[in-house]
Design a protein around this ligand. Structure first.
Ligand code: SF4
Length: 479
């Protein structure tokens, strides 16, 4: 499964990152957008004590929910069934696609209008349905822009963040009938809305994601700013919600602080313009709402993370995107270079479970481990530590037996490198051997090769110092 255009998918990860770094327009767009988002977030949290208290609360709510995940999912299903909804369980993206197709076929549906859903991006649902004759239109403005551009989202909250105003003006002029070229933002939004209004009226199915689901009441909670989420979930006769299994929490009241952390961290808003609480399909006497409500619970590799006590913390994520907005790597390369649905720091820790380390081992190395992501994460996911763990898993001997092997374990394993490190560990743990090694390294430094594989591509060669630190310290102590 790939999440960039077909041409990009064939380009190796490093080449994609190099191309992104060399694109001055992209760098300028991202630098401006990231600075703006960082400033908006920090304005929302003026009191560091309150911020830390909220982060602790968010972390505890998420950890408590994950500790009871299987039970909460069953409870959620039971509540939703009582409310008249239908619940489907999908282990893989393929199964989830088949479920949605089955609903569409049974309803003889030909068109789907979509609110924002990252889970459906994981499934490549648009592509899947369109290949089977069902039209899918994105109704979130950012998603709509990347859809008509034939691209994939480059950010989990702001999918078209890589595009400039001029890019969007040109795109709308080219793709929307009778649309003059204009860089007036209001005019562009109005034009997009005009097109989408008709799509809402014509759609057979409305599809959405889910930000949180409360097991005690069976409530699906969706936040958004455009009203498209509300229209997608209430105008068409069928609403299909797709949710990663980790999004459930125990109680409706748990959602309130999480939602506050989400919107303040994501877009710097104390509350979004719309938030939707969906509890079942339309009931007798109600004026609007769908005739049918379906919830698709998607695993797609999440159980792998869940099975490991340390990696389980990945599933605390509330998809706010703050880690991306503060990541110096994301700021320089943008989202498309990662080639995965989830880019940036969260992408690096979740994608290995969705796609396997064989496809993602390079991206887990694309971090300076500066720690900014972990510091801003509203639910305190220790992202740098998880990255180090995933790097170790990618380098682990594939033949080694472990309790919970990860898909693609050992994808970056090299027997030669493994032997070098074993030698180094042996030398380092025996002082006499280390002394000989040190003596030899300082005396033979003139023979150090100047070209050292990938290291010297962008850095000066590693050459042992004339005098070792031990020697210098001994000398100083004598004085
Ligand atoms: S890892 Fe943390 S900061 Fe990043 S998207 Fe998830 S919740 Fe937000």
């Amino acid at each position: 499964m790939n999440f960039v255009t077909k041409d990009q998918a064939t380009v190796p990860f490093k080449a994609r990152t190099q191309a992104a770094v060399a694109d001055p327009k992209l760098r300028k767009s991202l630098a401006g957008a990231m600075a703006f988002l960082q400033q908006k977030r920090s304005a929302q949290f003026p009191d560091p004590v309150e911020l830390e208290a909220l982060r602790t609360l968010g972390q505890h709510i998420r950890q408590h929910a994950l500790s009871r995940l299987p039970d909460l999912l069953v409870e959620l299903e039971e509540k939703l069934l009582v409310l008249g909804a239908q619940v489907h369980w999908a282990e893989t993206a393929e199964q989830a696609n088949e479920i949605v197709l089955g609903i569409a076929r049974r309803r003889n549906a030909h068109s789907v209008i979509k609110g924002k859903s990252m889970a459906s991006e994981e499934m490549e649902l648009n592509h899947y349905l369109e290949a089977r004759g069902i039209t899918c239109v994105e109704s979130d403005m950012g998603e709509y822009i990347v859809q008509i551009a034939g691209e994939k989202p480059s950010h989990i909250v702001m999918p078209a963040i890589h595009k400039t105003k001029a890019d969007i003006a040109g795109l709308f002029h080219e793709r929307i009938a009778d649309m003059p070229y204009t860089e007036d933002v209001d005019a562009l939004i109005q034009a997009g809305r005009r097109v989408l209004r008709q799509q809402f009226a014509d759609a057979d199915i409305g599809l959405s994601g889910v930000n949180f689901a409360a097991a005690d009441t069976g409530t699906l909670w969706l936040v958004e700013n455009e009203g498209n989420g509300r229209l997608s979930t209430s105008v068409p006769p069928v609403h299909v919600a797709i949710m990663g299994i980790e999004k459930v929490v125990a109680r409706l009241e748990d959602v309130v602080p999480l939602s506050s952390l989400l919107t303040r961290s994501a877009t710097g808003q104390s509350i979004t313009t719309y938030f939707n609480l969906i509890t079942g399909p339309r009931r007798a006497g109600e004026k609007d709402g769908p005739e049918e409500l379906h919830l698709v619970l998607l695993d797609n590799g999440r159980s792998q993370a869940y099975a490991d006590d340390e990696l389980r913390e990945t599933l605390q994520c509330i998809r706010c995107g703050a880690c991306m907005n503060h990541c110096p790597v994301y700021e320089r390369i943008g989202g498309h270079a990662y080639g995965t649905v989830y880019p940036g720091p969260i992408g690096k820790i979740i994608s290995p479970h969705l796609l396997g380390l064989e496809e993602t081992h390079e991206m887990v190395t694309a971090s300076s481990l500066c720690g900014a992501c972990g510091e801003v994460c509203p639910v305190r996911i220790p992202i740098p530590q998880l990255l180090i763990r995933l790097r170790n898993e990618a380098k682990r001997d594939p033949g080694q037996e472990v309790e919970h092997p990860l898909r693609g374990q050992g994808a970056a394993f090299s027997r030669g490198e493994h032997l070098v490190w074993r030698f180094w560990r042996g030398a380092f743990s025996h002082p006499s051997v280390y002394r000989v090694f040190r003596w030899a390294a300082t005396r033979l430094r003139a023979f150090t090769p100047r070209s050292q594989l990938g290291w010297t591509q962008h850095r000066t060669p590693l050459v042992p110092a004339k005098r070792s630190l031990h020697d210098l310290m001994k000398e100083r102590d004598k004085r």
